[in-house]
Design a protein around this ligand. Structure first.
Ligand code: 3MF
Ligand code: MG
Length: 344
């Protein structure tokens, strides 16, 4: 039995298209995904605004809320909660140059409209968390916008969201690049600075994704620890990534099991989840995966997380602390490796 509650987004089960080729699997409807998520052991679903309300651009504010109420009923049917809503600020033509820091005023207004509607949708789904993955917030052409102006635009946009709803919490999911060349908010350290500059820092935190930390050349467990030290880890996107290259969203732990162990360890040691936080996954199936295996990568990620949770529970802290006191780090390292390898 895990001490944690798990969440997942509908985009984690997708048809396999990438930038170089079309889909390899059939699309699966939202209700089928919900049923399967519940069966596998997830307690909550993460949403983009248009995962919940697909045609939102052509709907009135009231119609959007009404549609979201229908999705809430569907969640209830499967005993699932909604964890967060994230405005999708990278697909629409208005977001070609980003959202809150787009070079055109009408596009920045559109981004705010999506942000406000995301808050409305979150409220209807029964959650108080908005995730901002700032996909195109940065530059493709370095001279196209001032990083000073762009950073201030982000703070201003978050302030407007905080003012729009007095209890909503905003959570930035930092990523250093892709699809943007140079992002404005690349690490948990950046998130912390943005948070501190807003009108209500308590309500602004981070969503650490393992792969994004690795893309920034950083260790995910340390990024998690940095956020935890300031009480700013509102959620996580666990997955794995083979070094600094295209964003891979591999199953949790499949690339670097020791790094995965240390992510679980830091979460356990710091009581992550005690304030209702979920362990969120953000993992992709391989393109070669068949239709019937569409959920395998989710099951594998959960199984690996839970197996590592058991390892952490068995971690001999007395022995480890003794080794730390004696500064016998060679032995400490080998004890940890033996535990991970199943040799102790
Ligand atoms: C991209 C991501 C995103 C976000 C999602 C919710 C599509 O690297 O990680 O997944 O997690 O938009 O914030
Ligand atoms: Mg993510």
């Amino acid at each position: 039995m895990s001490a944690f509650k798990f969440s997942v987004g509908p985009w984690n089960v997708h048809a396999g298209a990438d930038s170089y080729g079309p889909a390899t699997r059939n699309e699966i409807d939202l209700e089928t995904k919900f049923a399967k998520f519940a069966e596998i052991g997830f307690s909550a679903v993460q949403f983009h605004d248009d995962d919940a309300v697909p045609d939102m651009n052509n709907m009135t504010d009231e119609e959007i809320k009404e549609y979201a109420r229908g999705v809430k009923k569907l969640l209830d049917k499967y005993g699932l909660a909604a964890e967060f809503v994230a405005p999708r600020l990278w697909m629409d033509p208005h977001t070609a140059d980003g959202g809150f820091m787009s070079s055109r005023k009408e596009d920045r207004d559109y981004a705010m409209w999506r942000a406000y509607r995301s808050i409305d949708i979150a409220r209807e789904l029964g959650c108080d968390l908005i995730v901002l993955w700032l996909a195109r917030e940065g530059t493709l052409c370095a001279e196209s916008k001032s990083p000073v102006w762009a950073t201030k635009q982000l703070v201003e946009a978050i302030n407007k969201m905080l003012e729009y709803d007095s209890t909503i919490r905003i959570c930035i999911e930092p990523k250093p690049n892709e699809p943007i060349d140079r992002s404005i908010c690349g690490t948990i350290g950046h998130v912390m600075a943005i948070s501190a500059a807003t009108i209500d820092p308590k309500r602004v935190g981070g969503n650490l994704e393992s792969a994004h930390a690795i893309l920034a050349g950083l260790d995910p467990a340390h990024e998690i620890g940095f956020a935890l030290a300031f009480d700013k880890l509102f959620t996580v996107h666990l997955n794995d990534q083979n070094s600094i290259r295209y964003d891979q969203d591999k199953s949790f732990g499949v690339e670097n099991i020791r790094a995965a162990f240390n992510q679980v360890k830091v979460l356990v040691e710091n009581n992550y989840g005690s304030k209702g936080e979920y362990v969120g996954l953000d993992v992709k199936a391989m393109r070669t995966t068949s239709d019937e295996d569409s959920y395998e990568h989710l099951k594998n990620s959960l199984d690996i997380f839970k197996a590592l949770e058991e390892k952490v529970a068995r971690y001999d802290y007395e022995y480890a602390n003794k080794l730390i006191e004696e500064r016998k780090f060679e032995q400490l390292e080998m004890y940890t490796m033996n535990l991970i390898m199943g040799l102790v």
